[in-house]
Design a binder for this molecule. Structure first.
Ligand code: SF4
Ligand code: SF4
Length: 407
């Protein structure tokens, strides 16, 4: 596609990146067919090709409007369109850049601004979020459905392993996950302990930056990233083999640190190294395949429906690995119809666009339940909580299944 970017952006790093992405798009529209919001709403401007066109107009100098902002807001950032695109258009980066420019041009209504500010100031701060979640869990029976959907039942983490091992890896604790589902990281630590690997949580590391980045506060997001790099760096220098991610949304973001901080002279090299060391759980466990099989074969006689999060299958381009690990230990793993589609959780999306989020959830749950599973497993706390709010079938992280078999 031909472009002619406006003076305000064309010579900036973001302008140059957006220009090269726009030029790769041939406007064929293949991506539209797999876009969840286009499928639901049927409007070209709620599909990737239409959104790309809107962003091109803004980048070429046409003032953004509230309508432009609405169509970009309604995008789930699921990046299904990237998987479908035959031309390699990096839509996810383009929409990050486009949304920020639109955010700076179009003032939001006070109520919308207040909700967004509350989300980005509370969710990444565990010292604020954790007591709020505890209070929510105490009052859960009394909460209206709209809040109950966001508050999972209280869960015990079980014991954190105490053995030391020569092999060490870092584990990102994250921001909301330890309060909502503390068993996920503890289960991961127990599984790695059984494989003679010690997981280390660096106390000062926290939110990966995704929440603020996707709410268009890129400066605050980069502060989150720098804080994590500072927290991890001594362990990297001491020889940590990898940085393990149990939430695929965090993994997709930390793998981008190198790119997102490449203009920061003080952090660019460290950020690149951090991204290189970052691994989703499912990328690490296949190297322990034989040990896991020996310990667990036949111990998990369960039929599970696997929901691959968008941040895993489209963001990190990891497909088939979780299924391989689970099948290797004897689990009957089912993929549902339309498994490439988003469940509607999408970070803070389910708070900001509940109608679309719950319509997608209900479609997803119906497809997952059609496989008649004993349980549903996924790899991201947002998807797990969102799906559980729509079904009585238990929903868990897949590592919890491996951990329960080890126990
Ligand atoms: S993003 Fe890719 S699939 Fe979509 S219109 Fe452009 S080239 Fe075609
Ligand atoms: S990221 Fe997802 S919702 Fe957004 S345009 Fe692409 S396919 Fe559609």
């Amino acid at each position: 596609m031909q472009t002619n970017l406006a003076d305000f952006i064309k010579d900036t790093p973001e302008g140059k990146e957006a220009d090269s992405i726009l030029r790769a798009c041939v406007h064929c529209g293949f991506c539209t067919a797999t876009c969840p919001t286009y499928q639901l709403l049927g409007d070209e401007l709620d599909g990737p090709r239409g959104r790309i066109y809107l962003m091109k107009q803004v980048l070429e100098g046409k003032p953004a409007t509230a309508k432009t902002q609405l169509h970009l807001d309604r995008c789930l950032t699921c990046r299904n369109c990237e998987t479908t695109c035959p031309s390699g258009v990096r839509y996810g980066r383009l929409v990050d850049i486009g949304r920020k420019i639109v955010e700076d041009q179009v003032p939001r209504a006070p109520a919308d601004r207040a909700v967004r500010t509350a989300l980005k100031e509370t969710l990444p701060r565990s010292w604020v979020f954790s007591p709020a979640m505890k209070a929510g869990q105490l009052l859960r029976p009394l909460l209206p459905a709209v809040l109950k959907n966001k508050v999972p039942k209280k869960q015990s983490a079980g014991a954190w392993p105490r053995r030391e091992h020569a092999r060490k890896m870092l584990l990102l604790d994250g921001c909301v996950q330890p309060s909502m589902s503390p068993n996920i990281n503890a289960a991961t630590a127990r599984v790695f302990d059984a494989l003679d690997v010690q997981l280390i949580v660096a106390p000062r590391a926290g939110c990966c930056g995704a929440i603020r980045h996707h709410l268009n506060d890129h400066d605050a997001a980069r502060d989150d990233m720098r804080r994590n790099i500072d927290a991890w760096w001594p362990h990297v220098e001491a020889g940590a083999e990898a940085i393990v991610m149990t939430a695929s949304g965090c993994g997709a973001t930390v793998k981008e640190y190198g790119h997102l901080l490449e203009q920061d002279a003080a952090y660019a090299q460290k950020a690149k190294r951090i991204s290189e060391l970052t691994r989703d759980l499912s990328e690490l466990l296949p190297s322990f395949e034989e040990e896991l099989k020996q310990k667990l074969r036949g111990k998990v006689a369960k039929r599970v429906a696997w929901h691959p999060p968008c941040t895993l299958q489209h963001g990190q381009k990891i497909r088939g690995k979780v299924e391989d690990v689970l099948r290797g230990i004897g689990v009957d793993v089912q993929l549902c119809a339309d498994s490439h589609l988003c469940c509607g959780s999408a970070g803070t999306y389910s708070v900001l666009h509940p109608d679309i989020a719950y319509a997608l959830r209900d479609q997803k749950v119906a497809n997952l339940e059609a496989t008649r599973p004993d349980m549903i497993v996924s790899a991201n706390i947002g998807c797990i909580t969102h799906l559980q709010s729509g079904t009585a079938t238990p929903v868990a992280h897949w590592i919890e299944l491996v951990d329960s078999a080890l126990a």
